[in-house]
Design a protein around this ligand. Structure first.
Ligand SMILES: Cc1cc2nc3c(=O)[nH]c(=O)nc-3n(C[C@H](O)[C@H](O)[C@H](O)COP(=O)(O)OP(=O)(O)OC[C@H]3O[C@@H](n4cnc5c(N)ncnc54)[C@H](O)[C@@H]3O)c2cc1C
Length: 573
């Protein structure tokens, strides 16, 4: 165990949101550190293919982008955050451009933009089909250039909080150096959670192995509630066998969906936008076709053949390679087998419009781990990369302001969290195999249950079955043992702790989903098929009650701006 290290700003997570926030801290002259359980360039942001939305074309207007987002969110997104995100989007993209991000270009040199789902204008800027990769490398260069302190391959074990005369506040974190197993306590004046999403709770997903919701789970335990956990996005086009993503950008380029009968079917469900309706609509349509017998082996097909070899090779090279490597088909001459796959988690740590937790002072959140709720019940494609760079920037600036001007009293009594965390690890390592459960068993049962009973279509019966599976997983976690008892690079311990976090996130997802008795956005309840604006124009918040050792639910109002154009209407595409 090592002593306490102190930073002004401590950011857990070094994907796009974390690095963008770090840029603000370090360039404001504050001692800024990021923690990442994998090398920052391996963060899931790197996998983003399709692009990032911004009304940069003079013929476009950010107000239209904002309306598309409010509607895409099925009217439970927070309107102040949405307006801010869309208004700031062009500058946020131009910031990246100025830092050297190699966006694809039109012949006249302007940043190229493609069409994405649920939007009235082709406003998605991109770097071929490797947009996240290009953006992440750009921000990583800036982190190196300005001297952000990087805890590379350090694993978050706990977010610490402390009493102050003004009440409880976040005070830092306990992290494990994965290389040695050594624990460190890091103190900070502002802590930001930017640990990404938790899509790994579903058996079929497009997410990195690392997307287990660690930061959100720890923030909840530290006293910061989450919200919107019931809203999970299923992307229409994961590769059928592996769930690997085929970007919506492919449909933006003109690809379409066909059933086993070889015919397009989206005109039945979204006569205007067809394949480019919003993701929840397209995913439900595909599942309906599959359930009605027009699928093949649980999937339908994405057809790009008519786009021609030249365009495929120039704009969609990675997609083609993924289809060849993981599905065994070359999209130049065969349609690609696809199915809806868990892609994005709209829920996260509930914050105000600048990314500050609504309940725990000094705790901030940005990116997929946050719920500033720009996505509400359903995220539009290419709004998430946007969220990371806009709210990375805004939250970074707010943390700087917090540290410089609003911090108030420092913690009176630093907690000795190191002892607690090392006790937790020792207990895990000490558990016997006899009478114990292996983590892989808990994980595979839970993720299969979540896929079966808490995915595209839900109802009370299925959700109760998912809740039983969560309860069962919780009981088994208390008997979970690890084979590896050593300290260095103990991935057995790390994945076991990730599983503890994932189970908490699954419990929140299922409890919220049972609570919301209506259908809205990505949350489709067959027993409550209609949207119920009278009762459910609200966020459900999810709290960890440490005393009782269970989750409790609350409500938080949707933040509205009074803009009459944002009044709820039926969502058609
Ligand atoms: C395959 C794929 C394609 C996508 N394509 C697009 C797209 O084209 N456009 C779009 O807008 N969105 C897209 N998305 C969504 C978007 O990429 C993500 O929502 C976004 O990049 C998340 O960024 P982030 O910075 O919040 O988190 P991430 O990039 O996920 O980074 C999380 C960071 O937290 C760290 N971390 C997590 N847990 C711990 C822990 N316990 N200890 C220490 N560190 C930890 C990780 O090491 C990592 O550095 C895509 C997502 C996927 C999965």
């Amino acid at each position: 165990m090592a002593g306490m290290k102190q930073h002004d700003i401590l950011i857990i997570g070094a994907g796009l949101a974390g690095l963008r926030a770090a840029f603000e801290g370090v360039t404001a002259g504050l001692n800024t550190a990021v923690v990442s359980k994998i090398h920052p360039l391996r963060s899931h942001s790197c996998a983003a293919q399709g692009g990032v939305n911004a009304a940069i074309n003079p013929k476009d207007d950010w107000h239209h982008h904002a309306y598309d987002t409010v509607k895409g969110a099925d009217f439970v997104g927070d309107q102040d955050s949405i307006d801010m995100m869309c208004a700031e989007a062009p500058q946020a993209v131009l910031d990246l451009d100025a830092m050297g991000c190699p966006f694809s270009r039109e012949d006249d040199g302007t940043i190229a933009q493609r069409a994405f789902g649920g939007q009235n204008f082709p406003r998605t800027a991109y770097a071929a089909d490797r947009t996240g990769h290009a953006m992440l490398h750009t921000l990583w260069e800036q982190a190196i250039k300005y001297g952000v302190h990087v805890y590379d391959e350090y694993f978050l074990m706990k977010i610490t909080n402390a009493e102050t005369p003004d009440g409880l506040r976040a005070s830092g974190a306990v992290v494990m150096d994965i290389r040695t197993g050594e624990l460190h306590q890091l103190g900070a004046r502002a802590v930001c959670v930017a640990t990404g999403g938790y899509g790994r709770m579903f058996a079929s997903n497009t997410n990195a192995m690392t997307n287990t919701g660690d930061g959100i789970a720890h923030a909840m335990r530290a006293g910061a509630p989450a919200a919107d956990l019931e809203f999970v996005q299923f992307h229409p086009t994961g590769l059928k066998s592996s769930g690997i993503l085929i970007s919506e950008g492919v449909r933006g380029e003109g690809a379409y969906l066909i059933g086993a009968d070889g015919q397009r079917f989206m005109q039945k469900y979204a006569p205007n936008k067809l394949e480019l309706a919003s993701r929840d609509v397209v995913s439900r349509s595909m599942m309906t076709e599959i359930n009605n017998g027009n699928g093949k082996d649980g999937g339908v097909f994405l057809d790009v053949r008519h786009l021609g070899k030249e365009l495929i090779l120039e704009r969609l090279p990675q997609i083609r390679q993924l289809a060849i490597d993981f599905e065994g088909v070359d999209p130049i001459d065969q349609p690609i087998p696809v199915r809806p796959t868990c892609h994005y988690t709209m829920g996260g740590i509930r914050t105000d419009k600048l990314g500050h937790s609504i309940a725990l002072k000094g705790l901030f959140a940005a990116g997929e781990a946050a719920c500033v709720s720009v996505h509400g019940a359903n995220r539009l494609g290419a709004n998430s990369l946007l969220e990371t760079i806009v709210f990375g920037k805004i939250t970074g600036k707010d943390m700087v302001d917090f540290v410089k001007n609003r911090e108030g009293h420092a913690p009176v009594k630093p907690t000795d969290a190191l002892a607690e965390v090392s006790g937790h690890i020792a207990q895990l390592k000490a558990r016997p195999e006899k009478g114990g459960v292996r983590q892989s068993e808990i994980r595979s049962t839970l993720t299969a249950e979540m896929q079966e009973n808490c995915s595209v279509f839900r109802d009370e019966k299925r959700l109760k079955s998912a809740l039983n599976a969560v309860e069962d997983a919780k009981e088994k976690l208390s008997r979970m043992y690890v084979d590896d008892k050593t300290d260095a690079f103990n991935t057995d311990v790390i994945t076991a702790i990730e599983l503890q976090n994932l189970v908490l996130m699954a419990e929140g997802t299922v409890r919220n989903a049972l609570e919301r008795k209506e259908s809205r956005g990505a949350h489709a309840r067959e027993d409550f098929p209609n949207r119920d604006d009278e009762n459910w124009m609200t966020h459900i918040t999810t709290h960890w009650d440490a005393k009782k050792g269970e989750i409790t639910l609350g409500r938080d109002a949707v933040r509205t701006t009074g803009n009459p154009q944002y009044a709820p209407v039926e969502r058609k595409y």
